[in-house]
Write a protein that binds this ligand. Structure first.
Ligand SMILES: NC(=O)C1=CN([C@@H]2O[C@H](COP(=O)(O)OP(=O)(O)OC[C@H]3O[C@@H](n4cnc5c(N)ncnc54)[C@H](O)[C@@H]3O)[C@@H](O)[C@H]2O)C=CC1
Ligand SMILES: O=C(O)CCC(=O)C(=O)O
Length: 422
């Protein structure tokens, strides 16, 4: 999934700026710019045709000062160690900022899961988790879904881990099916969180989200639910895309209707929805004249090359790392507000935390309570970062990401000091 730029270099660049603003030493930068542990596993799978295929997977544990490592696992043909290292670092800041007691980690397997049969996918998933099982645990490292993984993947992980440990350890992963201690709310929590902060930020910038035009890149878990909740909030989603391209309608789309229509055709691609005005490319979607742009697919889509053509006044990062630092610098100078990934897409891990607590307590929370807690936390977090940015920083010079980094990195450093690490 890595794009032409190296996301780990970009993540380090962002950290460097934050460390400089906070006035921390080079040693602290060194400590935070590299992961605490990298686990690499070779995964041999006997394929259905009898041939042996060897896959490579990773679990990168970036920092555990604030608690057990936490972060998703992605399956993608282009993922690599560098990408997983960047994503693990971003999880540290996201969890710190969300004020949940977790460190940061991420996992990945370099594979195209759509080329595998269900049996091959289950074998791959179980062997990956067996390979990393000594390094994960309810109080050690708690994986979850990310790109191309889902509750079924988590069920295989839980079963493999529980069998190896002679106990039913459901809290070892989150994003599980309901029957195994998952919460219905986890499925839509990232999208609900993205839509909630979009609404809050739109209120500050435009007065309201109602009637505001939006383009959403990505129609997977995050993109679909973001569009769905934005529809419910009264925004007008005029463009949607996925890996195959996008569609545009000046009247606006109903995300549920797109999903239902393409599902009936056995498709997952938005371009198979017939009621659009024109087909557009992903690049055209990013450059549309909309109020709000939500990149919710992959990293590095807003770059030095296309940034001068971006017209949205508000960008809400559903994906991890969609904006390159050079592009962000340009947009900051232009007065475009970017709600950074570490805040905007934290709804997923916030709900994961609720699921994890619920598992440890034997099940107590209702779906309504979980949903309300999430909305409240997202609103409070957006306000906290916005106020810090407006009141404590020169907001001509610094942006919301640096405000978020300032709060998140400072907390991790304080925890490391208290624990006597530095
Ligand atoms: N699922 C979750 O709870 C969370 C996901 N994220 C991030 O959100 C982003 C999307 O994740 P999910 O929705 O879970 O993945 P997903 O696998 O459910 O959906 C990904 C979507 O992106 C599209 N896509 C893939 N490559 C593309 C390309 N080159 N150009 C345009 N579209 C492309 C796919 O067609 C699909 O519609 C990722 O950056 C992920 O790390 C962040 C926080 C939590
Ligand atoms: O819910 C989780 O623990 C993982 C979420 C995640 O991978 C992310 O926020 O990027």
């Amino acid at each position: 999934m890595a794009t032409s730029k190296d996301p780990y270099l970009e993540a380090k660049k962002q950290l460097r700026s934050a460390v400089d603003i906070l006035g921390y030493s080079d040693e602290i930068y060194e400590m935070l710019s590299t992961p605490e542990r990298i686990v690499q596993v070779k995964i041999p799978v006997k394929m259905d045709d009898g041939k042996l295929k060897i896959f490579t997977g990773w679990r990168v544990q970036h920092n555990s000062a604030l608690g057990p490592y936490k972060g998703g696992v992605r399956y993608h043909p282009e993922t690599n160690l560098s990408e997983v290292m960047a994503l693990a670092m971003w999880m540290t800041w996201k969890n710190s900022l969300a004020d949940i007691p977790y460190g940061g980690a991420k996992g990945g397997i370099q594979v195209d899961p759509f080329q595998l049969s269900p049996r091959e996918l289950e074998t791959l998933s179980r062997k990956y988790f067996a390979g990393i099982s000594k390094f994960v645990g309810v109080d050690l490292d708690v994986p979850a879904p990310d790109v191309n993984t889902n509750p079924q993947t988590m069920a295989w992980f839980v079963d493999e881990y529980s069998n190896r440990n002679d106990a039913q350890l459901f809290g070892v992963v989150t994003g599980k099916p309901l029957e195994l201690g998952g919460l219905q709310t986890r499925i839509f929590s990232t999208g609900l969180g993205v839509a909630t902060v979009a609404k809050q930020a739109a209120k500050k910038i435009f007065g309201s989200i109602e009637g505001r035009t939006v383009a959403v890149q990505g129609f997977g878990n995050v993109g679909f639910y973001t569009a769905k909740f934005l529809n419910e909030m009264g925004a007008k989603v005029i463009a949607i895309s996925d890996v195959k391209g996008g569609i545009y309608s000046s009247k606006g789309f109903d995300a549920d209707e797109i999903k239902a229509t393409i599902s009936k055709k056995g498709s997952m691609f938005v371009t198979d929805y017939p009621n659009y005005e024109k087909k557009i490319s992903n690049e055209e979607l990013l450059q549309l004249n909309v109020d709000i742009l939500v990149p919710a697919a992959i990293e590095n889509v807003i770059t030095e090359e296309n940034v001068s053509k971006i017209k949205a006044k508000l960008i809400v990062e559903g994906a991890n790392g969609p904006t390159a630092p050079e592009a962000e610098e340009y947009l900051t100078k232009k007065g475009v507000v970017i709600v950074p990934d570490t805040l905007a897409n934290s709804g997923g891990v916030i709900m994961s935390h609720i699921e994890w607590v619920n598992n440890r307590m034997g099940g107590w929370i209702t779906e309504d309570e979980a949903r309300n807690r999430l909305i409240q936390k997202m609103e409070n977090n957006l306000d906290m970062i916005w106020n810090f940015w407006e009141n404590k920083l020169d907001h001509e010079k610094y942006n919301l990401r640096m405000a978020a980094y300032g709060i998140a990195v400072d907390k991790v450093v304080r925890a490391m000091k208290l624990r006597g690490w530095i």
